[in-house]
Design a protein around this ligand. Sequence first.
Ligand SMILES: Nc1nc2c(ncn2[C@@H]2O[C@H](COP(=O)(O)OP(=O)(O)OP(=O)(O)O)[C@@H](O)[C@H]2O)c(=O)[nH]1
Ligand SMILES: Nc1nc2c(ncn2[C@@H]2O[C@H](COP(=O)(O)OP(=O)(O)OP(=O)(O)O)[C@@H](O)[C@H]2O)c(=O)[nH]1
Length: 439
Amino acid sequence: MMPVVAIVGRPNVGKSTLFNRILGQRKAIVEDFPGVTRDRNYAEVTRYEKPFTLIDTGGFEPVTEERMLVQMREQSQLAIEEADIILFVADGKEGLTPSDVEVAQMLRRVDKPILYVVNKVDGDAQEVGATEFYALGVETIHTISAEHGRGVPDLIDDILALLPEAAPLRDNEGEVRLAVIGRPNVGKSTLVNRLLGFERMVANPTAGTTRDSVDTPFIYNKNNYLLIDTAGIRRKGKVSQRLEKFSVIQALKAMERAHIVLVVIDAEEGVTDQDMTVAGYAYEKGRAVILVVNKWDRLEKNNRTVSEYTETLRSTFKFLSFAPIIFISALTGQRVNKIMGEVEKVSAEFNKKISTSHLNQLLADAERGHQPPVYQGKRLKLFYITQTAVRPPTFIIFVNKAEGVHFSYQRYLGNKIREAFGFSGCPIRLQFKDRERNE
Ligand SMILES: Nc1nc2c(ncn2[C@@H]2O[C@H](COP(=O)(O)OP(=O)(O)OP(=O)(O)O)[C@@H](O)[C@H]2O)c(=O)[nH]1
Ligand SMILES: Nc1nc2c(ncn2[C@@H]2O[C@H](COP(=O)(O)OP(=O)(O)OP(=O)(O)O)[C@@H](O)[C@H]2O)c(=O)[nH]1
């Protein structure tokens, strides 16, 4: 499992600037789908020797100084619980403030590595001022300029040195790993109990403690599955709604290990921002997705309800047009028995490999059906296509000028592949590569 590094600190100290600096870019993989990139507080950082998940805990609007303190406390508390390393960021321009002191005191009691970072130290001249932060009683302070990158490489070195070794992934040959994710209270535990067919203790009765997701192996139709379940992880009630997005961390961790993700949505509440964030990550990570609309018993229905609901979901989750939708009631058990059948289908699709000859035939048909665009005065030529990977299905198309294949034509080709070969539930990846005609 990838370790988590959380950035905490008062508003405006430069947390998101540092986030982007460590990430090395503004991450925007699926710009064309509004909503997917909206919540950019989480990212997988893979450009250094060790990968980690980076979290920016900022972004709240403080109303009053007092309110801000409350929020900072909550924020830090969550970081303490969920992160492996904490970056505490303060503002060197503004100097040490009482809330810095307060949060630092909280962090001091924690048994996790904390890096104290003083930001906006843009040059040597500001170094002296930053020494006042030693009043926090810490041994080392990193003075940096997130904006200009000063001091950041050293900070990153220290983060890497502190990162725990990633726990080895359980990888049993042939086992399908299935994650059940969704907002608190959406019905995950109820669903998981139904799926597994027995009652389990899932709620965590001890306030203030968290546990990681629970893995339960099970067999369905003679195949091995591992159910990764994030239910009951969040402390209930204690944490302000505003910070509910923190439960996304667990979802991320669970999705990292999963092949197939069941995104559970509350039929009554509809799709929330958090659902979008989580589903967006599943998509970006190339996981297979099944949308499960739970609490279907709660809706007043007529003969159009299903199609209307489907339409709404489709227009919200544009990037998940490939995901099957199942309407269930985990409480009554209605249609829960459809889920594993769908999982089997999607799993087969996720592992499906199409022969190069079939693919090339499709490519030729697609090219005839809709000519590739002209690029720099020349018509693009698609030479051949091959499937290079499964989970997710990944294709390389060799072209005379790869950069000229615009998004609309990429989407056209993607749709053609789906029309011909299905891949229900699976995101597909298309890569374009340059190739001379007579190589
Ligand atoms: N001079 C200077 N300004 C910086 C530096 N890093 C960030 N800033 C500025 O500080 C302001 C706040 O930066 P953000 O990164 O948005 O701060 P934040 O902590 O994420 O703020 P919230 O989202 O409100 O929590 C912006 O105007 C940045 O341009 C720096 O290294 N030097
Ligand atoms: N009406 C109705 N209620 C449901 C359904 N599924 C779950 N519930 C109820 O919703 C509440 C939350 O269900 P849980 O299964 O605990 O939800 P969860 O997603 O595991 O919640 P966390 O543990 O907070 O992550 C419980 O009161 C359930 O009885 C459903 O299909 N219909």
